[in-house]
Design a protein around this ligand. Structure first.
Ligand code: SF4
Length: 196
């Protein structure tokens, strides 16, 4: 298994379909994306959730910059799965088998750091349902055995808080034609506005 630092460097520096103009500006809008959607084996079980529409269709129009927050904060591959837990009026990210393993602060800090570094992104595609990357309806443990679908992944939530105008979507919403076109239009508008 690679060391965490090696993984972090590999994943956060990876460029998917990168093309630059002679003035060093991206020729296509850059979109942040949950690494597992591109087929990177970064999930807790060492697998991925490759999405063919993203890798084969959208990659013709956009450049992808992949991030895996759980790997980046040092959890490694494979790693124990985490879940969102409602605790004392806040939502925390804790190990399912070991609640003492709490990465709430690490995810917040990493998201803040990335939000400051990604001023050239024009959108973000997040993995649905993830306690780190999900943008809505993520399962939250309330009490000892009740789950409610009301959370946001902690990394995604912080990115959206820091960059409220950045267009975001998840891979399930991409299958809805209206939402998909809306997202792509918003990405192009954001890109053109920030190119000027
Ligand atoms: S959903 Fe996010 S944290 Fe989970 S494997 Fe994919 S990129 Fe990593």
């Amino acid at each position: 298994m690679k060391s965490i630092n090696q993984e972090d460097k590999t994943i956060t520096s990876l460029r998917y379909n990168s093309r630059m103009s002679p003035t060093n500006k991206p020729l296509q809008p850059r979109i942040g994306i949950s690494s597992c959607l591109l087929g990177e084996n970064v999930r807790y079980d060492g697998g991925n959730t490759k999405n063919d529409y993203i890798t084969e269709e959208l990659s013709r129009q956009f450049e992808f910059i992949p991030y895996c927050p759980e790997v980046a904060v040092g959890m490694g591959i494979p790693r124990p799965p985490i879940q969102l837990v409602a605790f004392n009026g806040e939502i925390r990210a804790q190990g399912i088998d070991n609640p003492a393993m709490d990465i709430t602060l690490a995810l917040h800090k990493y998201a803040k750091k990335i939000a400051q570094e990604i001023d050239d992104l024009s959108g973000y595609i997040f993995k649905k349902n993830s306690p780190s990357c999900g943008i809505k309806d993520v399962k939250v443990l309330v009490g000892t055995d009740k789950y409610e679908l009301r959370g946001q992944g902690l990394f995604a939530a912080e990115i959206m808080r820091q960059l409220p105008d950045l267009p975001v979507i998840n891979e399930q919403q991409l299958t809805d034609e209206t939402l998909r076109h809306q997202f792509m239009d918003n990405v192009r508008t954001y890109y053109q506005t920030n190119q000027q």
